[in-house]
Design a protein around this ligand. Sequence first.
Ligand code: NAP
Length: 260
Amino acid sequence: MSITERHRGRTALVTGGSRGIGRAVSRRLAREGALVAVHYGHDEAAADRTVKEIETDGGRAFPIRAELGVPGDATALWSAFDRELAAYAPEAGPGLDILVNNAGITLPRTIEQVTEEDYDRVFAVNAKAPFFILQQGLGRLRDGGRVVNISSAATRVAYPAIIAYSMTKAALDHLTLSLALQLAPRNITVNTVAPGFTETEINPTLQNPQIRQALSAASVFNRLGAPADIADVVAFVASDDARWVTGQWLDATGGVHLGL
Ligand code: NAP
């Protein structure tokens, strides 16, 4: 697909941009002209692959590494971002226009199974990291910018099998709401995009044909979401077309909860 102009001249940071949904978001934003910082935590090869794919598509991107969920993670992420941006694209100037808080881990455990360690870990990666990334990112985000938080449809229904994970995403949902109000005077919009069952590596049980079929059947379209299904929504919310939308929770589940 050829490059369109919608995000031309903008700098974006996609956390967890190396794989899964984040990879699709990075590719989509870059295809529309954004310069994209593809963040990853551990899998350097995946980040390099995503950057190469973007370059092959005619876009511009660079990888940045920072492990999230550990003390000082946000500081490490922003120093890597500042350093690599200045090295890769000095003409873009410091700062960014689009921040996508996408990196996350799952925790498929019930309340009886979750240990204190599990709980701290999933909150550290999914809720604490985006909070401090935003806290330290506010000065870097340009006026008129966009924040998109990737939550989950699991915050809107009872889902005991992933209770602690769902609680982390509920915290993220609130971050969207409060910051949307606070950042409005700067014309920055803050929104949540909530995927449903999406085909990525986060959920290894998708390899099981029965589970796959059951999760596909949850959508009114009778299929799993593709990462691109989510990326298209994120690219819209991040665009000027969505300038009048802020503080919202956008369902990107393929209608999982439409009927009884
Ligand atoms: P994924 O395929 O497992 O990719 C996760 C991404 O996050 C990778 O780039 C990974 O990089 C990064 N990441 C994970 N833990 C990290 C850490 N501790 N430090 C730094 N980076 C880390 O996951 P996904 O399915 O695309 O999920 C993306 C987001 O969508 C998550 O927030 C998830 O909760 C949400 N979501 C997914 C689904 C679904 O069904 N897939 C449904 C609802 C919501 P490294 O591998 O390099 O660490």
